[in-house]
Design a protein around this ligand. Structure first.
Ligand code: GLY
Length: 581
């Protein structure tokens, strides 16, 4: 069955909403709020309880936050195949307690045989699903290289020790709970079309059920090989040859040479200041840090706290700032190894002042009045985890297969679900994509290039001390999710739990619409925004924020006992835990 882009979007959203119905929804603001998870010796917040457990166990044994991150990432690759992965890629923002910062880029790259028009037909029309389903959608995975780079630079524990929980969970299996089973069933129809996926992610052709044990023997063997041989075992040995051969047998273009050429790289994080807080976030090839800092710089000129949470004026200026930041994102950003991007300009206070000067408090700026580039797209199905150890070392890690379960194909004999990250390139600059993101030629496909991302793993400090670790999945909704949690804590004085649970809005230049969660905006507020010229549309849930705050549950709030770390996981998805000790 071929689905058009609208159907694909609906299908993804339907899956998400069905899962959300299993979740506890956000409590109304002002009701007795649940407190964040409080602890003093370490905190892990991730999308799966077994991965959180693995990370906490590392911290308890005296490993640091980077050690724990490696353990959590490999565990998620087993227990959360929706987005946890070794067949995808992502970004890690690190801040060590001594003030050192690092950004590890392990984004996937386009295979050497990729071309700018590979997803277009002879008449130049983009062929639906070609960049999202099946082996041609796959970029060269970066996760193993990224975790290896981080561990080599900051880790203190042997790789094999950190990978042991993942290997056990894969080889011996784990018992699926209701959420695990519901998630897996969302991919069932596609798994049935790919024998290598069906062999693992279906139980004799049927969706797995709650209470059944999912064993991933091939993945266990693959992880064991990586535990012994490190990145070389993944990128240079028989494993790379096997993944590439499986990919080509399925119609893909990956070669063993592509794997040998892959490198995770360390980049300088994007940094900016907002009302006395210092933000450390994701640089290109992610757009996350630029969008976040550009928006915060504009918002710094308005007293959001006095305007009030989701007042029409606060929403108006936020949307106007986002409109301009996403416009710059889509027009300008791309892989910095391929295109020149002046991130300093977009994140400067002077630039924000110019943008602010063009914002009217009375009227929405029509998005079409800002010059239009080409188009792009972005999967929403990613996962984020946040970790702080006793010493105050912090990791903010977001990684992804792009869509839930990536391209929904498995490299036969390896247990590795493969990403569809090629879809984050602009398959045809100049045409609107299924998520409405409009991008310029800077994000066109080229061999070895990294597709533009929105992942925004972020760390915030105050007066030189760790303040917050935050991130989320959600494709183009990632920067807005991170932004709103920060603003809720810093400007609206919410506790971390309230800030994470609070209803959200989203805006991204095009489509020229304020998307809002149910109950995010009162009828009065909606009417006031429409009077300014905004269009409104209710949206489903997009984010699963995983955040940690230090010192107290909120700015100026009373600490809980002696606790110094406070963790919160977004209730919008029914999986995930915050656990400390
Ligand atoms: N694939 C989602 C992102 O990178 O933003």
């Amino acid at each position: 069955m071929v689905l058009d882009m609208g159907d694909r979007m609906k299908r993804l959203r339907t899956g998400l909403v069905a899962l959300v119905s299993l979740a506890l929804l956000a409590p109304p603001l002002g009701a007795a709020s649940p407190q964040p998870t409080a602890a003093s010796n370490g905190m892990v917040v991730s999308a799966h309880h077994l991965a959180t457990d693995a990370g906490v166990a590392v911290l308890k044994r005296g490993g640091n936050a980077v050690d724990a991150a490696v353990s959590v990432a490999y565990a998620l690759a087993v227990t959360y195949p929706e987005a946890g992965n070794i067949g995808g890629g992502g970004f890690m923002t690190v801040r060590m307690a001594d003030g050192r910062t690092a950004f590890i880029d392990f984004r996937e790259t386009a295979p050497a045989a990729a071309s700018a028009t590979m997803y277009q037909d002879a008449s130049g029309k983009v062929i639906p699903l070609k960049s999202t389903r099946g082996h041609l959608a796959v970029g060269i995975p970066g996760t193993v290289a990224g975790l290896e780079l981080a561990l080599g630079k900051f880790g203190t524990r042997p790789r094999a020790e950190l990978m042991a929980p993942a290997i056990d969970l894969a080889s011996k299996g784990f018992v699926l709970d209701a959420n695990d089973a519901a998630f897996l069933s969302e991919g069932a129809a596609d798994f049935a079309r790919d024998p290598a996926s069906a062999a693992v992610f279906l139980n004799r052709g049927k969706p797995w059920q709650e209470g059944q044990r999912l064993v991933q023997a091939d993945l266990g063997r693959t992880l064991t090989a990586v535990a012994k041989g490190g990145a070389a075992a993944f990128y240079k040995g028989p494993l790379a040859a096997r993944i590439a051969a499986a990919n080509r047998a399925g119609g893909g273009i990956m070669t063993a040479r592509d794997f040998a050429a892959y490198k995770a790289v360390e980049r300088k994080p994007i940094e900016c200041d907002y009302r006395g807080y210092h933000i450390i976030s994701a640089p290109p090839p992610s757009s996350g840090g630029v969008v976040l800092c550009e928006t915060l710089n504009v918002l710094e000129g308005y007293d959001l706290g006095a305007m009030g949470f989701h007042s029409s004026s606060a929403v108006h200026v936020t949307v106007e700032a986002l409109r301009r930041a996403y416009h710059d994102r889509n027009l300008n950003l791309g892989d910095p190894d391929f295109v020149k991007v002046d991130t300093n300009r977009f994140t400067s206070k002077a630039y924000a002042q110019d943008l602010r000067a063009a914002i009217s408090m009375d009227h929405a700026t029509p998005s079409t009045s800002l010059p239009a580039p080409g188009l792009g797209k972005e999967g929403q199905s990613t996962t984020h985890f946040s970790i702080v150890d006793k010493a105050g070392n912090a990791v903010s890690l977001t990684y992804t297969l792009n869509d839930w379960f990536g391209a929904r194909v498995t490299a036969a004999g390896t247990g590795i679900l493969l990403n569809d990250e090629m879809d984050d390139f602009s398959a045809k600059p100049g045409e609107p994509n299924m998520y409405g993101l409009v991008e310029g030629p800077n994000n066109a496909i080229a061999p070895g290039k990294r597709p533009l991302s929105s992942m925004t793993p972020t760390i915030v400090t105050k007066d030189g001390k760790l303040f917050m670790v935050v991130g989320t999945p959600g494709g183009s909704h990632i920067p807005t999710g991170v932004l709103q949690v920060m603003v809720n804590v810093i400007d609206h004085g919410m506790t971390l739990t309230d800030a994470v649970n609070a209803p959200r809005i989203h805006a991204q230049w095009l489509p020229d619409v304020i998307f809002h969660e149910k109950d995010a905006l009162s009828a009065d507020t909606r009417a006031a925004l429409v009077a300014k010229g905004h269009k409104l549309e209710q949206m489903d849930y997009w984010n699963q924020v995983a955040a940690i705050l230090t010192g107290a549950p909120g700015v100026g709030a009373k600490p809980i006992g002696n606790a110094t770390l406070y963790g919160a996981i977004d209730p919008r998805l029914p999986t995930g835990t915050a656990q400390g000790f």
